[in-house]
Ligand binder design. Structure first.
Ligand code: FE
Length: 239
């Protein structure tokens, strides 16, 4: 169904309305159809079955969640979760990644803010499966180019540990600790199966930015910078 036209940053649509024609005398006056063109910012609104819907709400809720809960320490790392997510998105953007990959980079750890488990769960021998929590939560608004990339970013770490001889030496102590809970390095069979997944390559890229994104006081754009990217890759809502 295509009932709107996107023109650059705008959504353009024809709205019909009825008016009486003044050229006709009062006895013969009849309604004629006329229309006007309405322009709205396409990333904020969508026309569905004749109804204009704003669909920025979920994006603002996600940004609010990152802002409110991202100030927590990031599992023994020298940055907060929010700083980590912003750095990860920034590295993706600097690498000219696609908008969906930048969105995945920003949101990849949002599961830590949703599962409600304490920061030191790894020390307690628990894995909160934050990648699955995030993918399920995000599936309502984003396609698999975002959700599967997020879900696979932990598997990508296990994959890199098995296939890149220099990778494990670059992991932080916290990341090595959680690796064991996440299943350790992949076996050859697991690595082959992982490579066959459609989003495996992007997840590996994300993983490398993820591992770098732990630099104290790095000056990077804030959350508002990514609002339009999240809207751009959001699914059109269904009535
Ligand atoms: Fe991360």
């Amino acid at each position: 169904m295509k009932d709107f036209v996107c023109l650059g940053k705008h959504l353009e649509m024809q709205v019909s309305y009825t008016r009486a024609s003044s050229r006709l005398d009062s006895r013969r006056r009849s309604a004629t159809r006329d229309s006007l063109t309405v322009r709205l910012p396409s990333v904020e609104y969508v026309l569905l079955r004749g109804t204009i819907m704003a669909y920025a709400k979920h994006v603002d809720e996600l940004l609010d969640l990152l802002s409110a809960q991202g100030k927590e320490a990031y599992f023994g790392e020298p940055v907060s979760i929010l700083e980590h997510c912003l750095q990860c998105a920034h590295f993706a953007e600097q690498s000219q990644a696609s908008p969906s990959t930048i969105a995945a980079a920003l949101l990849h750890d949002i599961g830590h803010m949703l599962h409600g488990l304490p920061e030191d769960i790894a020390q307690q021998g628990m894995d909160g499966a934050h990648e699955d929590v995030a993918a399920v939560h995000l599936a309502k608004w984003f396609g698999e180019d975002v959700t599967e990339t997020v879900r696979l970013h932990v598997a990508a770490k296990r994959y890199l540990c098995a296939t890149d001889a220099t990778y494990m030496a670059r992991l932080s102590p916290s990341s090595i600790e959680s690796l064991q809970l996440q299943g350790g390095p992949m076996s050859q069979e697991e690595a082959t199966a992982f490579e066959a997944l459609p989003n495996a390559g992007v997840a590996v890229q994300l993983r490398r930015w993820d591992d770098e994104a732990k630099i104290p006081q790095l000056d990077v754009p804030g959350l508002a910078h990514y609002r339009s990217v999240l809207l751009q890759v959001s699914k059109v809502p269904q009535l």
